[in-house]
Ligand binder design. Sequence first.
Ligand code: BG6
Length: 457
Amino acid sequence: MNNKQFLWGASTSAFQAEGAYLEDGKGLATVDIRNVPAGIADTKIASDHYHHWEEDIQAMKELGLNVYRLSFSWSRIMPDGWHVNEKGLAFYEKIIDRCLEYGIEPLPTLYHFEMPQALVDQHNGWLGRGTIDAYVKYAQICFERFQGRIRRWVTINEQLIAGAAPDLHGLHCSDAEQALKNMYQIYANMSIAEKKAMIELKKIDPQAQIGPVCAIQIVYPDSSDPEDVKAAMDAEEMMMYSLLDMSVSGRYPLKYTSYLKEYGLYPEISEEDRKTLKAVRPDFIGINYYFPLAVRHPQPGYDYSKLPPFWRCPLFEVVENPHLEKSEWMPNGMDPEGLYLGIRKIYDRYHLPMIITENGMAYSDLVEEGKIHDPYRIAYLDAHIEKIRQARLEGYPVFGYCPWSLFDLVSSHQGFAKRYGLIYVDRTDTDPKQCRRIPKDSYYWYQKRIKRGLEND
Ligand code: BG6
């Protein structure tokens, strides 16, 4: 693999970057009407990328990127879920064409944590079959419009989180048991929708590739106690392999199936769905990785009932990992080795090419005399890139790296103080100001790192 083939990129997502939440015909999205605590930034302006897109792409060019991982706002393109908003498509067309002009491959995700609220109102969101059809229609429209211009598509970003967070998928349920059952049905419905979209792409644009983006869960056992080792294996299976096995081979792992059946959580999947699920395989896997987890076997009296739904499982208990360095916004720790292990685990199970679609370090950066010194982020990114280099030297087919994020974005649930960007966006949680862009030290560092290339260390 030579360096020319390696894709150096950066990531953003529509609802976290664009703002303009009701401009040019965009419909309300689930994330636009969620309950944002007072004093925390919302999606209305976000990073105002909708009005800064030209300078943002210019900054990508100067950075030396050859891929840009973005997402399309479903509610900008299909405001009511069913009818196309031409101005929405036109916005992405401008971005795609400018990127291509600059030699940057646009890598769009169709569904990144955001959908038309109308689909929740009309079809019960991802719990209803109507949403599967609406997603496929939306995908078809995008594939047709951008045929020949998009080389690789992503179906769904982080199905694990997207299907579990009511603020993102828009389905609120006060009965915790029912909410858990819903989550597994949502996962199944998303998998069916994703496969139908893959099938459509192969008809519309056979040259184009498509794959999922997975929030990989690298889980360490708390000790060498075999029960802890089993808990770690179960946790990976419940949160990572279950969804990826579905994306790749259209079936759930046996342990996941038996657990869900034992607890009455197994989703409805028809025989026809099963055929659809097995009909096509992705061309690549996108990996999002920020930190690993540690678990032990649940101790007597362990109460999992209040945990986030994908941790609400009696097979494992999440514990702190004392071996990792932590920080305010990275409480689970930082661990480049986890990325290396993740690459190996994913490749050994699926034998597909991989691209790192997210990886980054959050910090409440400070502006000092007009500059942002972020050595902590540089150290984080450098160490993770080094692990990718190592994996590639060993033959693992990782074809790109897209740190999160190109510029500061509104966090998925924690506002604007939590910053990941290579470029500072001058706004606060409560005052959007002009959203002026200021490259951080990490931007200039990444620019040099890209120039040096992966093979030249
Ligand atoms: C990933 C998501 O989960 O992590 C992004 O794909 C998200 O949308 C990123 O922003 C960082 O998480 P957070 O919650 O810190 O914004």
